[in-house]
Each structure stands twice: as C-alpha cells, then as structure tokens.
Write a protein that binds this ligand. Sequence first.
Ligand code: NOJ
Length: 555
Amino acid sequence: MPTPSSSSPSPAAERPWWYAAVIYQVYARSFADGRPAPAGDGIGDLPGITARLPHLRDLGVDALWITPFYRSPQHDHGYDVADYTDVDPLFGTLEDADRLIARAHEFDLRVIVDIVPNHTSEEHAWFVEALAAAPGSPERARYLFREGRGEKGEEPPNNWQSVFGGPAWTRVTEPDGTPGQWYLHLFDSSQPDLDWRNPEVGDMFEGVLRFWLDRGVDGFRIDVAHGLFKEESLRDQERPEPGADGAGEDGAAVSTTGDSMVERVLRDEPMWEQPEVHEVYRRWRRVLEEYPGDRMAVAEAWTQTPESMAEFIRPDELHQAFNFAWLTTPWSASAFAEVIEHSIAAVSASASAPTWVLSNHDVVRHPTRYGGGAQGLARARAATLTMLALPGSAYLYQGEELGLEQVDVAPEHRQDPSWFRTGEPGRDGCRVPLPWGGEVPPFEFGGPESAGQPWIPQPAEWAGLTVAAQEADPDSTLAFYRRTLSARREHLAGADDATTARADGDVLTVERAGLRVVLNAGGEAVALPEGEVVIASGPLTDDGLLPPDTAAWVR
Ligand code: NOJ
C-alpha cells in the first residue's frame, strides 16, 4: 500500500528559484580549458566554463555549482584553499569570475560557488603564521594544535583517522627545530582543520560569504557542512573491534537491518555533527537574507540519518542539504520506494524540499555503480528519469548527461590525495576531463584548436560519447537528458510535492501530480498503466511493455 504522501510546505507560486531547481555540478578542473596557448594547460578554468555555458542552457538546467577555483596548491584539487577571496591563476582571475557570473545570468542560469570552512590549505596565511608561532599562541588557536600522547608526545593526541586514510594528526617541527605539537586534519595533512570555537574563524567566513555575494553569486555549496565543530574534549572515538557484533571489516558500525535507513546502528563520531555547527548556519542564513534574490546555501553533510540531515535545513538554517541516501541506494524497487518515502518524510518539517543526487566528484559514476556497460547505462538512465520526477531539487554531475562511466585511471596518472594515503584507486576516475568533440583525445577539451592533453588522460573509447557526437544522435544519453529536463518543465513546473512511492515486487511506482513513474528493476518486461507515455528511459518492447532496467513517465 502507498504510504501517506507529503504535501508542499509552501504554495508553488511562492517558491524560491532553488526549491525545485536542477543544478549542474561543474568540476572546475575538468569541465573545459578555455584559455588559449600558452596558458591552455589541460586544466579546466573559468573562461572555459564561460565559453561552454550554452551547453548548460541547451541542456535545460537552472543553475550551476562550481567546485573551488580559489588560490590553492591543489593538493586536494581546490578543497585546500590558501585564499578564499582570490582566483587561482590556474583557473583565471577575479575578472574571469565576474564575467562567468554575468554571462550565466544572461542565460538565466544561477551560480553557486563552493565554500570550504572545515579546513584551510597548509599554505593559507593563517597556517603559515601558526607554524611560525609558539604553542599556545593566538596564531595556533585558529587551528587544533595539541600536545601528543606518550612519554615524549610521540603519539597523536587521539585515535581519529583521516577520511583519506591514516591518522588525522600530523606532528610539526617547532621553529627551534624540536619535534613539537600535532595538528588535526580530518582530510589530507595539507588541509589543517580550523578551530570553530575561536570567534576569529566565524568572522573570517562571514567576510568570505559577503565577498562572493557582493560579486553576484546566487548561493554556496558548503563543503563538509557536518564538520567544523569537534567535541570539545577531542576524546578518542569509540570503534568496535573489527569482526565484533555490528562492526564492519574496518571496525565501523554497520546497519543490522540490511537496507533499512531506519534502524541503523549509529557510529560514535565526536568529529562530526556537533550541535554547535547549527549556530554557524543560523548566522549564515541571516547574512544570505540581507541580500536580494533568494540567495541560498546547500550543505554537503554526510549525516548518519535523513533525520539528522534535516536538522541542517530547519527554517532558520540552510536551504538545502544533499540527500546522499538516494545515491547509496542499491538497484531495488523496494529500496528505492523506501528511500523516496523516507527522504520526503525527513524534510517535511522544514520549509525546504528534498534533494536528489546520483553522482558527484567523490563517488563512482552511477552507470558504473549499476554494473557498467549497456545494462549499467540503462539503469542509470532509468534512475535519472525517476529522480527527475521527484519533488524538490536535483543535482547532476558533469558528464552524466553523456552517460560517462568511471574511468580506470592508470596508477601513474592518479592524483587523489586518498590514493597517496591509502593506495586505493581514489576518485580520479570520475574526474576525467569532459569530451566535447573530435575523434581522439583531448576531444576538444581545450577548444577545437587545442591538441594539449588534459590533466587526466581520457579513454580513446570516448570518441562516440563527445557532446558533438551525441548532439547528432536522437537516441543518445545527451538527447535523453535534454528531453527529460524539458518534460520536467512541461509537466512538473510548479507541481504539488505530494508523492507516493511503492514497490510491487520488482516494479517501483511513484505517483506525483497526475504522473505515474514506473521503474522496472526486475528481469521480465512488465505492462505499463493505462495512459500516454510522456517519456521513457529506453525503448519499450514491440508490444508496448516496459523492459527490465527501464523507467517511464505515464500520464
Ligand atoms: C568534500 C569534497 O567534495 C571532497 O572532494 C573533498 O576532498 C573533501 N570534502 C575535503 O574538502
């Protein structure tokens, strides 16, 4: 039986632009290299994004989110910021940023930029000053410097692990040459964590927000939004012994109820989701509201439950939070139904709507997650068609409109800091520069004239997947995305949010605004309900049945 539906928290006519927007993620290094030689260096940049904005207009998205392009030594490809209010020469200049924002607005595209408040780069002036200053100094108090444990302070201050592998602490050599304090870095050692209990930190970030708001950006994507504050004691994390009841291979707690999002065993996480972080977002909300035009912010918060994700979007906090529950859902009609119902219910108390994400620059591209090849692509298209009928906002990741798969990047070309810290392949495979045209790499990544190779090599097999090749093919994934976004505008613009999702065996049915979305996750073709097929993610059978791994909207 369908479970109770949610209804719109605000009437469609009063909704701000972001409420049901489709937002396209531009990974700055890999979208397009727009600067002529000799600057054309195989790394994407701001002029490249500006030059390719017509692609986003023609695709039919409402906004773009651009990953960090600020001054940075690029150890984590921009998520290590050395100066939050300047453009790295790799990506261009502040004037290039102004031109990009202005041009996007001419195309009716909003611009969201990334803000990275959990940590700076080791090259940020504050960290350089902290290293030169003494333990206990105000300069060190902007970060989390602590004495080590053990007789000579030779052990890290606690047992926390970096997200990129290895200990979350690095020991410094004091200015006098002696082994000294340790600093916390939840990510790479080149990304020291800030101490948000120090008021200077909050004041600095308010200035950063205002700097970019004054330049005309429409919103912010907040990196590691569930970070920032750590439990004040910096106590050890309790980790179950590997193999203990409820522990995964690495000792992390695992769900005891299979796919269920409801009864998950929560991990002990003194480094994430501290209650104090919400005060930061209340302050940011007040700043955003001083500006005209519904400026917004979206949290990247890998929270443990949809309910704790919803805390970030209480009416006086942020506008949206990425809903990663959708991204991690296995290929199963009942799992999809559950995640849809649960995600909608979790945000129903806020003034917001859910968000939906299938891919981004940190995860394996979804056609590959769904098994790769023709079946992976068919499933990816079906999941996308379903996602784009759901209430709220959807985030697309560059290249998914081309059906790109994860690339197996050769070890000598891998650049992800997590590869260097763990020896695991890392995230480079979803960050390979886009193929725009031509028959061979670099597939016009630097424009039609450029022959320079991009910073991660592209597979030769992408020749058939370039934007130019797919524009010429009405059955291409690009054509499918354009048709789907156009159907979304035609059938769902301003639609009520009330939605039901149910699984009958392997068939998912979502109902919203007079539309029935049917996704066949089973192995046999199934009959569609009566009505007009508005769009399908792949061909129907000759007798009009919905084949496996296919979805359709029926009106
Ligand atoms: C999340 C970003 O998406 C990821 O790319 C980055 O490595 C970490 N935050 C650290 O900033």
